[in-house]
Design a protein around this ligand. Structure first.
Ligand SMILES: [Zn+2]
Ligand SMILES: [Zn+2]
Ligand SMILES: [Zn+2]
Length: 277
């Protein structure tokens, strides 16, 4: 399975949109960019669809016309920009590789889609986008994919994390979320199966600690989650562990990220990173 990390920043991005801190000024001076969260699997399934999808296609070279499926974690603006779907057809997009797009998300995500496309969606564009509501602990299957949605510990209504399977490969996408709720571990243990080939972890805080009520994670919380996953057989020595969704506040510069990789045995994602699992 091909995994492309197109956007690896938190909501405000890096350099943060309106920020004038030393870290962001330095990033701006050196052309360092972390855009908002988007991961494309096998060129056909996008996890989330951020405001930076345009940038991912224009600069990152992503072929969004080839997407068959968009799986949305939650309705926050850095993960779901519904308005852009009004451009998927009519005179705005020609010779797309795929005619239909299946969009999966919570009730709230589907509501945001409807609100943000209400004024400008052309019927001939809208009819090729099909919405499916996902609920925690109700698995879904489409194409060669199987998706096990679970509860994220995060704000917005019914935020989701996912276990995804295709062709015998397994990916756990744990972003945006704090340390997982107990129900998720119970569900994963009941689903069973082989250890994940890849675990993608929310590491907004990096070396900082989120505290008890955090709705994101840092390295320490990531390590605890990985330990729990190992205990139920969902991760082992061969599982790749990728951290992403970095905030400017945590200063994810080269030095901090290589220290994180060495200390915690993780891979720090960057915009444009490609993995084969
Ligand atoms: Zn986010
Ligand atoms: Zn900043
Ligand atoms: Zn969020």
């Amino acid at each position: 399975m091909k995994v492309e990390f197109l956007g690896t920043g938190a909501a405000e991005g890096i350099p943060a949109l309106f920020c004038h801190c030393a870290y962001c000024n330095d990033a701006r001076a050196h052309g360092i960019v972390r855009s908002r969260s988007q991961i494309i699997l096998d060129g056909e399934l996008s996890i989330d669809f951020p405001p930076d999808a345009f940038y991912h296609a224009a600069v990152g070279g992503a072929d969004l016309s080839a997407l068959k499926y968009v799986l949305v974690t939650h309705s926050h603006m850095d993960h779901f920009n519904g308005a852009d779907f009004t451009l998927r057809g009519y005179k705005y997009a020609r010779e797309m590789k795929e005619k239909e797009l299946l969009l999966f998300g919570s009730c709230e995500t589907c509501e945001v889609y409807c609100e943000s496309t209400r004024r400008e969606m052309k019927p001939e564009v809208g009819e090729n986008i099909r919405l499916y509501v996902l609920s925690a602990f109700e698995e879904a299957a489409f194409g060669g994919w199987r998706v096990y949605p679970m509860k994220a510990k995060h704000t917005s209504q019914d935020p989701l994390v996912f276990l995804l399977e295709k062709d015998g490969k397994r990916v756990l996408h744990l972003c945006d979320t704090g340390p997982l709720p107990e129900e998720d571990y119970d569900y994963l243990a009941a689903v069973g199966g082989a250890p994940a080939d890849l675990v993608i972890l929310d590491c907004t805080f990096l070396f900082e600690e989120g505290g008890e009520n955090a709705r994101h994670m840092g390295l320490k919380e990531n390590a605890e989650v990985l330990k729990r996953l190992e205990a139920i057989g969902l991760a082992d020595g061969r599982t790749k562990r990728v951290i992403t969704h970095f905030s400017h506040n945590a200063k994810p510069d080269a030095e901090n990220l290589s220290r994180a990789e060495r200390t915690y045995g993780v891979i720090a994602a960057y915009d444009g990173m490609k993995l084969e699992i």
